[in-house]
Design a protein around this ligand. Structure first.
Ligand SMILES: [Zn+2]
Length: 349
């Protein structure tokens, strides 16, 4: 479903395609249903039809305003409202996770960047849990459809429910922030930068929430949405791209390059948006570690300012230049550290 639509899905198409060749017939069936379905097309139509209602529920102020819906194992979004801002927990763990983690994402952008929600105007954070295909097949994915978040429950063999991971929620909502800022076009290098910033702020939100230092924090994205197995540690590893999963019977091997010399230049995955993001991801992780302390303190601010400075056509070199430029306000050592990190992935400013 994520191959054919301009929708930012968390699980890249190369993983879903690989799942369609899984030795497990049930995993295979689900992946084929996920690939073949036009669920996202319908989801977009439903959401656009529902927009007047959603617009009416926009937050009246710049304060945090969350709405969590239950799609009830269908592809009709948003579904039934189950928890809104200030209401007590429900009996549904997925709904409570979507509520809590979208709140953490709001708090991070508000406290660190004085940004009021995705649009900086207090836009409501809308989530649908238990999103599925039209035939009820569980969704092995989470996505931002331009207006809201939707989370699948996973197949239970490879993927678990997608609300389990704070950085997955942060990643998807950052796609929303990007749509109101740089709006990087979702193909080729600009698309890989779009994916990159979603990973950067997804991981920063998690490290910020846990109070972790860059030197000791994990840089693995999506561990909590995978059923544990020795062949998989996550969906992506920002510090060591290409090592998140290896010879996994269902997922295959992580295809992310860690250096510009290995950049993927084919047409799959919209020209490698989830593949080539490994290159800037590694530059960010290296810069954050080199700058020491907590990654959101300096590296996060540099990358946020760079995201605001870029535009929809920006390429890797533009991003490298923008971060080096943004680093100047943190002193010559910071500027040097950021330039050195890009150089390690083969991009010289
Ligand atoms: Zn994404």
């Amino acid at each position: 479903m994520c191959n054919r639509n301009p929708i930012e899905c968390f699980v890249p198409p190369y993983i879903t395609e690989r799942l369609a060749e899984s030795p497990d017939p049930e995993i295979r069936r689900r992946a084929i249903a996920n690939l073949a379905s036009a669920a996202a097309v319908r989801a977009v139509r439903e959401i656009s039809q529902a927009m007047p209602t959603l617009m009416a529920s926009m937050s009246p102020s710049r304060e945090k305003h969350r709405l969590v819906y239950d799609a009830g194992g269908t592809d009709v979004l948003p579904g039934k409202l189950v928890r809104s801002e200030g209401q007590a927990k429900t009996a549904d763990r997925a709904a409570n996770e979507a509520y809590a983690f979208s709140g953490d994402t709001y708090n991070y952008f508000a406290k660190v960047f004085q940004r009021s929600s995705l649009d900086d105007k207090g836009m409501s954070l809308i989530s649908s849990v238990h999103a599925a295909e039209a035939d009820g097949t569980a969704l092995d994915n989470a996505f931002w459809n331009g207006s809201q978040m939707a989370y699948g429950d996973g197949d239970g063999t490879v993927f678990r429910r997608f609300t389990r991971s704070l950085e997955v929620v942060g990643h998807e909502l950052t796609h929303g922030v990007e749509s109101f800022t740089s709006n990087l076009a979702y193909h080729g290098q600009s698309g890989a930068l779009n994916e990159h910033f979603a990973d950067v702020f997804g991981i920063l939100i998690r490290q910020w929430k846990r109070g972790e230092k860059a030197a000791t924090a994990s840089w693995v994205i999506g561990a909590a949405v995978l059923v544990p197995a020795p062949t998989r540690r996550g969906i992506r590893d920002m510090e060591e791209p290409g090592t998140a999963f290896t010879n996994d019977p269902h997922l295959g091997t992580d295809p992310q390059p860690a250096h510009i010399s290995k950049i993927y230049s084919g047409s799959r995955d919209r020209g490698g948006v989830h593949i080539n993001s490994g290159i800037p991801n590694r530059a960010f992780a290296l810069a954050a570690k080199s700058l020491k302390g907590k990654a959101w303190d300096v590296a996060g601010r540099i990358w946020y300012n760079a995201m605001l400075a870029l535009n929809e056509a920006s390429q890797f070199l533009d991003c490298a230049k923008a971060t080096v430029e943004a680093a100047r306000t943190h002193g010559p050592a910071a500027k040097k550290a950021v330039a050195a990190a890009w150089k390690k992935v083969g991009i010289t400013v």
